[in-house]
Structures are given as C-alpha cells and as structure tokens.
Design a protein around this ligand. Structure first.
Ligand code: FAD
Length: 387
C-alpha cells in the first residue's frame, strides 16, 4: 500500500493548482455575478490538457484515469474555482462515450471533450421521477431510422454552454415489451428541444435548466452504443466517475475554505496581542473540519485507485462513501470558515460565504446523502431495501 501519488500526478497537481490560482475565486465570483461563464479558464485548462487527462491518447487525451481527473477537479476547487461541468462533461460524458459509445462516437466527440472545445452535459433528473430513475418518463420511440424523444428534465447543468446533451430516456424493449433506459446524444440546438433557466441560490457561473423535449428527432447514430443493450451499462459507467470527481471538487472546496479561514484567524487580533486563532473555540472547529476533509480525500484516493484498476464494484462502494464524506466535509468546512471570519465571513470580498450555496447543493446532487446511505445500508450492511 502506498499513499504517494506518482511524480507525474504530483506535477499535474502543481500545474493545475498554479492555473487555478492565476484565476482564483474572485474571477469565479465575478463571472457568476455577471451571468457569464468561466470561458477563459475552461479554454486554458483544455489547451493545457487538463480536461482530457482521463481520455485515451488516441482521441487526443492524456491517457490517464479518474485519479488524474479527480486531481484536476480538486485543485481547481482548492483555488476557489469549483467547476461542476468537469463532473458532467469529462467525467460522465467522456467516460460513457469512451466505454460504451461506438468507434464513430468516440472519434466524433472525445477529441473536442479532451481539448475543451466541446462540452456534453448530462440529463437524467426529471420532475416526477426524482431520485427514482426507474420512473423515468422521457421516452424514445423509433420513427423509421430515427428516434423521437419526448419528456421533461430538470436541474440540468450547463445546457447553455454545451453542444450536446446526453439524454437518458426509456425505450420499448421489443423482446420483453418492458421499458429500458437508453442514452442519446442530442444536439442542444435540435428542433423541439427547449429550455428555461432555473433561478438557483448558488453563486456559480454554471446554470441549471428545465429541459423540454417535444418530438425531438435524432438519427439512429445518436443512440450511445451499438444497440439498445448498451443503455444500462452505459448509464452505470458514468456513476463512479461522477461520484469520485464531485467528491474531489467538494474536498478541494473544503481545503479552500479552511485555508482562507486559517490565514485570517492566524493574523486577526481583537483581544490584545493574541490572534483569534489562539482561542480553541475558533481553531478546534477549523481543525475538526480539516480532519473531515482529509478523511474524505483518503476515501477519494481509494475510490479512484479502485476505479482505475477496473474494480468497478468496489469502486462503487468507495465512490459513494467518498461522495458522502466529501459532501458533508465541504459543507462543514465552508460553514466553519464563515463562522471563524465573523462578519467578514459574510462579505463577498473574503470569498467564503459565496460557496455556501454550492456546498449545500453538494449534499443533494448529483446523488443525495440519503440515497448514498440507502446504498450503503443495502449493499454494505445487507439491509432490506425500503423503497
Ligand atoms: C446544483 C444542481 C445541479 C444539478 N445538475 C444536474 C445535471 O446536470 N443533470 C441531472 O440530471 N440532474 C442534475 N441535478 C439534479 C440532482 O441530481 C437531483 O436534484 C438529485 O438527484 C435529487 O433528486 P430530486 O431533486 O428530484 O429530489 P427527490 O428525489 O424529490 O428527493 C427529495 C429528498 O428526499 C430524499 N429521498 C428521496 N427518496 C428517498 C428514499 N428512498 N430514501 C430516503 N430519502 C429519500 C432525497 O434524498 C432528497 O433529500 C442537479 C441538482 C442541483 C441542485
């Protein structure tokens, strides 16, 4: 067992940290408040190869794994730039296409995902189905060689920035008559696909949308994979990378908040000569949060290592636990940092309260803490399924 990253992974971490710090949280907040995107940061990260670290070299990527992508997510977040679309586009979409797409789909989409010139977002959540994807109501029906998609999706991130949306729909299985899931690469400008932006209480340059699919016609080759049988494995393929990278983003955000707070409390003096950080009522909560973040980082490292070794089932357990731990640790770290900064904690200038909405959402999305606890209770503790 080793807790060391490879020299290449350490170099990647240092380089991404340097890039993130050149932009910083001020840039992230400025873009969010102006209703703009972090276009420059995304483009530069793409040019430097950071967005494609997990994509095979033959499609223009770095040939690494989810360990490398988790490093990118964590370090950008630790610099105050938690980019949710890293979780959606390179982690979910690129993995799904690489593992289950056709060769033609890999050639068409992966190079653009790798250099950042293309983004593909992911749409599974629906107003009626919620956490229960077995109830998905979006339906894809054959019409000649084409598919016609109808349904509604909600909270879909980044549709305004993406060229395609990976839509999870149900199709009729001709052999059994049962409905089963399939994934479709739908151009965001397809006729019949409309969207409306949701007002979210999150300071973020990335937006969430309601999506309406009304007779959206896509050609046969929009279906991910060679046949309908690719649907379920393709859907599951995206889950581990999603959980691991969103956990990494949470851990990075936690590190950022604790760092900001520690700098402040080590120097702020309101009682004679002592810093406020000398009071254990201030330093212990920060130290406790630092422990929680570090524990989450260990679990992320374990989950990513298992995933990259092809041990998907074990990675599923570790990835869910990592996501849970990091989601809780990030929320704790940001809240503790705000408290430690006092009034300054609530200002935009100190750049901590600006993350409250994001870390709160991190306990709900992309999978809620309750659904992870259900997973652990059922698959690790052998409890009966309650739903
Ligand atoms: C910022 C943000 C970005 C998002 N981006 C995307 C995206 O890009 N693409 C996408 O498809 N979705 C996205 N989502 C949606 C997100 O994945 C869902 O909000 C999440 O999965 C929860 O689903 P729900 O909101 O329908 O909650 P519901 O399913 O309605 O659940 C509500 C509450 O009840 C709890 N609950 C539900 N069922 C159970 C149960 N059986 N046992 C115990 N507790 C239960 C849940 O944990 C939750 O706390 C995003 C959401 C947010 C907030």
């Amino acid at each position: 067992m080793t807790f060391d990253f490879t020299p290449e992974q350490d170099q990647l971490r240092d380089a991404v940290r340097a890039l993130g710090r050149r932009y910083g949280h001020g840039y992230f907040v400025e873009k969010a408040k102006a209703g703009e995107h972090t276009t420059e940061l995304w483009a530069e990260a793409g040019r430097l190869g950071y967005l494609g670290v997990n994509i095979p070299t033959e499609y223009g990527g770095g040939g690494g794994g989810i360990t490398e992508l988790a490093i990118v997510c964590e370090e950008l977040a630790a610099a105050g730039c938690p980019l949710l679309l890293l979780v959606v586009s390179p982690a979910i979409a690129a993995t799904v296409i690489n593992r289950h797409g056709t060769e033609e789909q890999r050639k068409r989409h992966l190079p653009g995902l790798a250099d950042g010139s293309q983004k593909i977002v992911f749409a599974i959540t629906e107003p009626e189905a919620g956490s229960n994807f077995h109830r998905l109501g979006t339906v894809a029906r054959r019409d000649g060689d084409d598919w016609l998609l109808n349904g509604r999706k909600c909270y879909i991130s980044g549709v305004d920035e993406a060229g395609h949306v990976l839509v999870v729909a149900r199709t009729e299985d001709s052999s059994t008559g049962k409905l089963k899931p399939a994934l479709f690469l739908v151009p965001t400008d397809a006729a019949g696909l409309t969207r409306s932006k949701l007002d979210m209480e999150i300071v973020s340059p990335e937006n969430q949308f309601l999506l309406y699919l009304d007779d959206v016609r896509v050609p046969a080759d929009a279906l991910v994979g060679e046949s309908l049988d690719a649907g379920l494995p393709a859907l599951f393929a995206g889950l581990n990378p999603e959980r691991i990278t969103v956990a990494a983003m949470g851990a990075g955000t936690g590190r950022y908040a604790i760092e900001r707070a520690s700098e402040y409390t080590a120097t702020r003096k309101v009682w004679g000569g002592r810093s406020i950080g000398s009071h254990q009522g201030v330093s212990h909560p920060l130290a406790h949060a630092a422990v929680q973040v570090e524990l989450a980082r260990l679990m992320i490292q374990k989950a990513a290592t298992l995933y990259d070794a092809g041990r998907d089932l074990e990675a599923g357990v570790a990835g869910n636990m990592a996501k849970y731990a990091a989601g809780e640790a990030a929320a704790l770290a940001v809240d503790t940092a705000v408290q430690a900064l006092g009034g300054a904690g609530m200002t935009t200038e100190y750049g901590v309260a600006t993350l409250l909405g994001a870390v709160r959402a991190g306990r709900i999305a992309p999978v809620s803490r309750e659904m992870i606890l259900n997973f652990v209770a059922q698959h690790v503790l052998g409890q009966e399924k309650s739903y």
